[in-house]
Design a protein around this ligand. Sequence first.
Ligand SMILES: [Zn+2]
Length: 597
Amino acid sequence: MLSNKFAQYLVNNQIFELEMVEKAEQKMEEYGGNSASALARVLEIELGAPHDKVYEALSIHYAFPVYKKALEEIPEAQIEASKQILESMRRGSDESFKRKLLFHKILPFGFQKGGRDVLKVLTIDPTNKVIQEISSNTQYKRLEVYWAPLKTVEDLINKIAPQKNEFLQLLEEAGMVVTDAPEDDEETQILDEQALDDEINKSLLVNLFEGCLIEAVRKDASDIHIIPNGKSAVDLFMRIDGKLQLWLRQENTAPEALAAVVKDRSTGVDRFERDTAQDGFAQRSVDGHLIRFRISILPIVSQEYERRFESVVIRVIDDRKVITDFRKLGFQEQAEKEFLKSINTSKGIVIVTGPTGSGKSTTLMAALHHVIHPGVNVLTCEDPVEYVIHGARQLKIGHKMSFDQAIRSILRHDPDIVMVGEIRDKITAETAVKLANTGHLTFSTLHTNDAPSAISRLYKMGIETFLLAYSINIIIAQRLVRKLCVNCRRPISKEHWETAKQLGLTQEELESGSIYEAVGCPKCHNGYKGRTNVAEALYFYPEIKQEIVQSVSDIDEERIRKIAEKHGMLSMRDSGIARMREGLTDLAEVLYVTAED
Ligand SMILES: [Zn+2]
């Protein structure tokens, strides 16, 4: 039984089939709503019913007058009147409210016969609450609301107040060029769908999305975040040097619309799916370089029950950023020496550990490039593949071959050097150990805060101490700290001396003026520019191996740390302090990345 009166009306008047209306009612109730306008929205947005069919019925149901005329049938005088009312709104210094009305496809349309104070309004949805805001935002207190078909209202708005492409203007100001999809004049038989696609291609949101991809590459951003900000705005952030920065707030845009454009223009995602996590991919040529983008889409909660919001994060994969020269990673002296010793050998495991965004893959890539040559079979197994590595065979993880299957097959594929994206469970850990013990050099990553705890993690995954001790060459724990801008950095201010001394800096060092802090200038982001690593490199000296083998029930991380430090290992924090002494970074950065120690 249908509970909603509008639902009953739709069925009784044979506007929609009972089955469809029932489905709409059910969905509406899932969202916790029950009103005619909520049902209309579900019918249109969720079930794909034609807009005009739904809203004409809704208007008649609510007894709103209907204005059904094509643009050509509308008298010029009427259009002129509408234009004048809109212009008077602009003079009323309320440009943004005018834009809001037009965005919602609400158009003042002259005065009701018999009195200048009754404003006629055309709209595609008479139940839209924005209409009620007219009386509080303008001098017009009494309204007569008419429903009109979508095309009529859009045509009128395009004629009266053609929309400016604000983003293109922004792009032009920034000296960028975004071109529309080329028009194909020779193609005469254009399908409706094709025409629709062209329309989408030309839209502002496409330019916004495409412009954003280009900007991200040029700004050297690692990620783009596209996040709904309320019902009609979207925030675009870029992660630059590890920090999210608001790049643009796009007003008057339904978040769903931009999400749809993102999906439309990437591969591997379903445009109509809005309830599950999706991973897509895009590839663009930016300034003559092929750049790849990995796109992650997740549904998120919105306060508007009938809206389905999604958060979009785009990883920028720019192969030019791959450091192929190991020494350019800039590890500190002893760490670099021991790291090189660990990879210039034919077997053993090299582990890079740290949280997400700590530069693990950059380090692994450089290490891998250091050892690749035509005489060896280099296999990589990662999900997803980040960078394309020349000279390596990178296994393709997907529907047909899972990460686990790939791991199990590696040994049978005659490798010399293997990179396993991440040791995530006992199977991967055992495979890495087996590879190492059968004469293969193996690279991998882990998610632990420091080097000694990586040993504990592997032990807890079920790897025996003896195997751990004799298969691992080195464990590098690393973080990235932002580098001070040399243009504006200044000696650390006195109020921070106390904290600096607690870290181990001396009074003399602080007084010498060679320890700096961030300031900020036009050449940098808040006083920082670029990043460098701080690292704890735990080389497996015989004494370390012995300590691990002797572990009884648990790995004694502290003892291992002590032994390593005796051999000259810098802890993460000491590595950071060394970076401060080099003038590369400041106290705030070092404290930030070593906070958990
Ligand atoms: Zn600066």
